[in-house]
Design a protein around this ligand. Structure first.
Ligand code: ZN
Ligand code: ZN
Length: 358
């Protein structure tokens, strides 16, 4: 944990802040170890304070030994100015993507009222950029979540038959995830059949799956706070030529991207590795989303692998590689693996079957 605080403090100068006020829940957990659902952190050059209410005091002292625990009331004006003023902080950063307009106003009004001469400075991706690079223990947890997901998918794949509804399939998958040790669902499972599969984020419905349709399944597990993310597209019945062509193109794009992506590339370059293959096959317009995203405490986090992403892919990053082709009226295919950047290259973690069609 200390190491994470150290790395955070090293970023203060560049952001022109002398402290940071953390409100975002995964960031709070990442920096402090405390996984309760309410609380704030104030981290200065010298101090690290975890402010939470009476429900969590005991848990906080146990989970966040590097932090001074401050018991707070629900009214921010009662404790925030004192916390900032006593720390001698002049330019505390706040998480601009997390703090609402109303909450920001409460914070700044409270400082003004108590005549604390500190100016709140918006910061972006401060902790998120640290979280993007995983430590060995984090990668271990993600690998466990990936293994649970693979097992759950394999348990259910063979049982998906014409006549079942998408919701029934989603429920079977959810049970299998739980039974195999997933502590929660990092996101709602997607089961999209037939034309529904043309929508990248379709919700499972009461639609009955027919023979001769693709079924796209996107699911993940969570363990020790860490997520995995997996998509497989199967075919109910005997695959036709369209499905084979689309499926093989997506798989080629994914395989190629996974072999080309390396440390030092930008998110855009990584995305391009897959996009070129889909373009060449004539489906360029049908791949309307980014190639991938980081996975960790959140199922979607930094880095972003997509058009316009200047983020540099680095050793220890865990992210997805998930090209897709979506054809309105027909359906779609997406294949997604969770991978880790290791020794400069991508190592695929997901093992669920995804063989090419002849
Ligand atoms: Zn996914
Ligand atoms: Zn994903």
């Amino acid at each position: 944990m200390n190491n994470r605080l150290q790395k955070l403090r090293e970023k203060f100068a560049e952001k022109e802040i002398d402290a940071v006020f953390i409100t975002q829940s995964e960031n709070r957990r990442y920096l402090s170890g405390f996984d309760g659902t309410a609380g704030f952190l104030l981290i200065t050059e010298k101090k690290a304070v975890l402010a939470t209410d009476f429900r969590y005091i005991e848990q906080a002292s146990r989970e966040a030994p590097d932090f001074e625990i401050l018991r707070i009331a629900s009214n921010i004006a009662d404790w925030f100015p004192g916390l900032v003023g006593d720390s001698g902080v002049k330019r505390p950063g706040f998480e601009a993507a997390d703090v609402t307009f109303n909450f920001h106003r409460q914070l700044s009004d409270a400082l003004k009222k108590k005549k604390v001469a500190a100016r709140l400075v918006p910061v972006n991706s401060l902790v998120e950029s640290l979280r993007a690079v995983k430590e060995a223990e984090e990668i271990d947890l993600i690998m466990k979540a990936v293994a649970i997901t693979d097992t759950a998918f394999e348990c259910i794949e063979g049982a998906i038959k014409a006549g079942m509804t998408e919701k029934q399939v989603a429920w079977e998958l959810e049970k299998a995830l739980r039974e195999n040790g997933s502590q929660a669902l990092p996101f709602e499972i997607i089961v999209a059949s037939g034309p529904q599969a043309a929508l990248p984020h379709a919700r499972p419905s009461d639609r009955v799956i027919n023979d001769g349709e693709p079924v796209m399944i996107d699911m993940g597990a969570k363990i020790g706070g860490y997520a995995s993310d997996l998509t497989r597209t199967i075919y109910v019945g005997v695959p036709d030529d369209t499905f084979k062509k689309v499926y093989n193109t997506v798989l080629d794009a994914q395989t190629e991207a996974m072999s080309i992506i390396g440390a030092g590339m930008t998110g855009q370059q990584a995305d391009n590795a897959a996009r070129e293959i889909i373009d060449k096959a004539g489906y360029g317009e049908a791949f309307g989303h980014s190639l991938g995203h980081g996975v960790g405490l959140a199922a979607h986090e930094l880095p972003r692998l997509g058009p316009g992403s200047e983020e540099t892919l680095a050793e220890g990053m865990v992210f997805t590689v998930e090209p897709g082709i979506y054809l309105p009226g027909w359906g779609g295919v997406r294949i997604e693996d969770t991978v880790v950047m290791e020794q400069g290259k991508v190592r695929g973690l997901s093992q669920a079957r995804k063989a090419k069609y002849d």
